[in-house]
Write a protein that binds this ligand. Sequence first.
Ligand SMILES: [Zn+2]
Length: 346
Amino acid sequence: MTFDVSKNWSIPVPSNSPAVKNAVEDLKRCIKLLADRELDVSAVPQQESAPVIIFNINSGSLEGRGFSWKLGENGLEISGQGEGGLCKGIYDFLSALGFKWPKPIAAGDSFDKEILPPWHEGRIYSIATPQVNKFSAFGGEGLFTGSYKRLVISKKSKTTKALGVPKIRAALMHWAIRNCFDTLVFPFNYLEKAAEECKLYGLVPEAGGWTISSLLKRRLFFFNRELFRMEGGKRQKKAHFCPTNPETLAILRSESKKIFLSAKKIKVFHLWPEKGEENSWCGCPTCRAFSQTDQYRMAVNAVGDALMELYQDRFISILEGPDEEGEIPLRPNIFRINPQGLFSFP
Ligand SMILES: [Zn+2]
């Protein structure tokens, strides 16, 4: 299958969604780069034989992420399950043409040569997949069933500082949707701004990361050591806590509630073990009876209860490989994410 940019493609201006407009703008810029001329953006093709690009949105929600596209003799049709799905469909088509987005580009900056597909004689581009028609595995029943491609922003101070600059934040979001990510996972302190802005790029905002330890403030260590985990017979300030202590669980519940209440637009919260300390759980006489996996599950279950008291349509994720099987069942609002499927930034 080929895409002939020398033809007079007309691209009707689609819906009012800012995210779709952004993506269509990219599509136009990219085709223009290949065709080396202005494109007709009128709703109706100027000549009857002129090929058209048609956009369809099947439902209005941001969470629908499936898409399909079909290239025929006289047109290209791109469909999405929601705004985000349509955006992904547009960028999937561009990637099939050979476009790449290796790094974020600030708004208004010109496209670098490195995004371009290799030059084609006669401006006829062969398409990587001949007959593409793929809806993502995500069926749209609930966010937690999705096989989302998640980009997790690190909570390193350098990164969060950079994200404080609106231009950098926007460039990162644009880069994420250009690379067909579904979700950006922000540290808890970034939620207000991020949630609104994600919509402009067709991304779903989520919160958290490798951050379950932050629910128990480390300054409590001096006077409340029994809240913390034991290793080698001593309580340790670093990483996690003692999850069989009812007081620890009460603190996890109340601290997480504060976060849930301040992040009203977020539907999924990620509460993962400290990076590199996944196996640092408690060795106190009570905890010793439980595996690392189950200790983690006990803690997250307490947070799951707190979330359920506030909202019935929100979820928590835990990071657990397919080979880690816990004995303790998880609350219905908790789902597992395989660490292999994550991308982190930077
Ligand atoms: Zn313990």
